[in-house]
Design a protein around this ligand. Sequence first.
Ligand code: AMP
Ligand code: GLY
Length: 426
Amino acid sequence: MNILVIGSGGREHALCWKIAQSPLVDTLYCAPGNGGIADVAACVSLDASDHAAVIEFCTEMAIDFVVVGPEDPLVIGLVDALTDADILAFGPTAGAAQLEGSKGFTKDVCAKYNIPTAAYGRFDNAADAKAYVEKQGAPIVIKADGLAAGKGVILAQTVEEALAAIDDMFDGAFGEAGAEVVVEEFLTGEEASFFVLCDGENTLPLATAQDHKAVGEGDTGPNTGGMGAYSPAPVMTDAMCARVMEEIIKPTVKAMADMGHPFKGVFFAGLMITAEGPKLIEYNVRFGDPECQVLMSRMTSDFVPLLVASAKGELDGCDVEWRDEVALTVVMATKGYPGSYAKGDEISGIKAAERKTGATIFHAGTKLDDGILVANGGRVLNVTAMGSTVTEAQKTAYEAVDTVNWPGGFCRRDIGWRAVAREQGK
Ligand code: AMP
Ligand code: GLY
């Protein structure tokens, strides 16, 4: 098969790395790709929002299957356009991608199908949102309804903070994404992510992960796209996974089919494991970045037949195998991220770090400039290691980090800290 992967992050490097290992693949392309993806796929410059150009490329290169990495192209209907052109594609239609594209949509699905989630209100004006906050009190959570690159969520500790966040959102702090606002109950517990493939009707649970969103050690400071992750998530026992399938995932599959938007692709359920049980924080409709990097590192099955089965509606009876080991990834970012940062710093020592430690380094924001690898984004490298425990995987990952030569970069030194503390009986 000829396969085209859409995207340019660490997630897409991990997907390409895994897909390239499949004996089913003839030629693998990635659009636009990055400096590391170029090792495993032919990178092509294509604008994913130009559906006609993507379809033309697929026809010209005899692409049999397209795998869409990020949420933006899904939400604007790339899979719909490819399907209309008879090109098989992995990922949800625009209708089904509303699960990520609109938080209010998802909350209404939860309400209608009794899916456990935080109590909420949906508002299209500041006055009503504020009245709801005054009634509920703090802490409380204010969310922009639409896509805001993971930044449209304010955890307000006081009513004043919540009211100010509501004003900011309706004043356009998150652009169109904030034209509607969801206000919800503040949940407490341990967070985990659960990934489940779906073909519109049948499901195949993949694996669990925990990530670190905050830029600073001890999970402090502003939120980012993710500074590191590990898999599996200790809190997601087999019993907890089974419960989430019955109480959250399967009702969602039914809801989406009932609404005429059968969900094909991967559910990335953000969960809070509360004292009362698992509650849905949010859905994403694509793999997590950097969660995908740890998932792909642990998967031993050929992934291509599973992705194809999801797209074709043939997941029934499919199975997936994993390494028993833990995978942990540390994100190396450009100094200044998630604020402003410079581009173009040279990076070296990646292959040496991989050889020395056995770690795998996925590239996120890198590019090749006349054959020299340079930083080209906020999150730049995902240093990923395996171990029999989180402690062991963490140690190897940081050995590899310390072998990479990139003075302009930084990382958190405590990825996996909760699990490490647990392993050490603290
Ligand atoms: P989201 O973009 O919806 O995943 O939210 C980003 C982060 O905010 C989540 O990963 C949680 O850490 C936190 N969060 C979101 N909603 C809630 C909630 N209702 N209660 C507590 N924390 C939340
Ligand atoms: N790491 C969080 C995300 O991909 O949304």
